[in-house]
Design a binder for this molecule. Sequence first.
Ligand code: HEC
Ligand code: HEC
Length: 526
Amino acid sequence: MKRKLRSGLSASLLAVAACAALHSPYSLAARDAQTILKETCQGCHTPEADNALSRISHQRKTPEGWLMTIARMQTMHGLQISDDDRRTLVKYLADTQGLAPSETDGVRYALERRLNTVEKFDDQTSQMCGRCHSGARVALQRRPAQEWERLVNFHLGQWPSLEYQALARDRDWFDIARKEMVPLLAKRYPLDNPAWKKWQSVAPKSAALVGNWSFSGHLPGKGELAGVMTVSADGSDTFKISVKGQYADGTPFNGDGSAILYTGYEWRGNVTIDGVTMRQVFAVQGNAMQGRMFEAEHDERGLDFVAAKQGSNRLLAVQPGYLKVGSETEVTLIGSGLTGKPDFGKGVEVVEVVEQSPERITVKLKAAANAQPGLRNVSVGSLKGPTLSVYGTIAEVKVVPEFSVSRIGEGGGSTPKVQGRFDAEAWGKGADGKPYRIGVFPAQWKVEAFDDRAKEDEDVKFAGTMQADTGVFTPGDAGPNPQRKMSTNNAGNLKVIAAVDDAGKSLTGEGHMIVTVQRWNNPPIP
Ligand code: HEC
Ligand code: HEC
């Protein structure tokens, strides 16, 4: 087995190239996975009973997880493997040693690259395991105790300085990891799980995905969109797709691309929309798909996406999802198999059906002057799901995300800027006194110094520019700035302020944004 390390191959570059690979079809002429395992991995991984290989056969993970492991074999252990073989192997391992849909519940944000997520794990797990990478990276794996222990050993062996870092030098990290974390992880994330066995027997065939999918989405800073995604077969578990849609403001959202299905539900697509490459990370659940679609080069620019297969019956969304007491507005329902008259609950009257097809119904609605503020369940025939918010006045405005990170970039360097993208969410107070979400409102945006330090350093002036109408923040250039004190870079600590107009009254909400330096290491799972 060749052990020579490839010089000049940076781990982060490999990770980026590898991530793109996950979304593009692999060559059909490729060697089969068993041959690759034998000829490429077996040099270091010992054969075991039942056609198994040491380490490899005792773990389950996502396609991204397998990709990262194999990429590590390349960068750290000198594994030589072609891109085609790696794709074949990732597909095979994700299919045969993947996670059941339920095993990814609650941590899909990491796969969907929602990097502003504030994670919720217990303190011990966050401090021991969630300080270098996301807790989701841990939660998206399944292993027996022995494999969790080897992972701990590998961590310390590979990065011995971890014991001297914050949150390790104040405790016996290795001892706690072995004696407390390993049993906990083996119990919480076990290799053997009935959910996986079950999934392997019920996972649908990919032919079931071929057809037209009606979709609805929302892009922060831009608004809602809807359309149809056409999926056609292009090999086994690989597809050609074409997307035809538009934003609520009329901007087209059209493009073509391809997708791969891993593990019977992990949909990874690559679509070019108006010249911009976007990735799709969706989970397929029967006749529905859900997830996030984001720009390949700017994963902060992404939209929440739900789709329903045409021919199935599903109500996906109401756009926009709110209506003011005593007012009239046009609302569109998006879904599949929409027949019958839509109903919006008490105090909301359908004045006119403007347009109706099985995929969309546009109606003119009127909320009575005495309609009770609060959420209404929307239905079309027997289909239910989304809600409509009826409101009188806005009680509160929230900036979403409440806490976020943007990053300086460019300035002669190779790393793009990471923008801040915000929505202003209006909240009302129900008759029961409880707050309820009304929806995303247009707002006027600005940034202010977060504290005295930021004020003194003039962070507002240097850290970047907020687009007043859209809530899109573009950070400053990377590198030292001679105009700043001690020529420091354009980092900053800012308040993000949204002002929403409610019948002449301005209400503001506030978020917090750190503008920081480039992310040099950007693996598929953060
Ligand atoms: C040159 C030797 C070498 C080759 C070739 C090699 N590995 Fe590894 N592998 C290692 C070493 C060393 C470790 C333990 C340290 C680590 O996890 O990085 C390991 C660990 C692993 C693990 C466990 C990782 C974990 O997180 O616990 C998996 C899975 C794995 N390898 C998969 C593969 C696959 C798949 C191939 C073939 C495509 C492969 N390896 C080829 C050396 C190799
Ligand atoms: C000192 C920083 C640090 C700490 C602390 C840390 N990790 Fe990691 N971990 C890493 C790095 C770096 C990698 C990436 C290796 C790679 O490139 O694949 C990694 C990779 C992983 C992987 C993916 C391995 C694979 O190939 O599948 C898992 C799972 C993981 N860590 C779990 C844990 C757990 C559990 C803990 C706590 C007991 C922990 N980590 C603590 C730095 C850390």
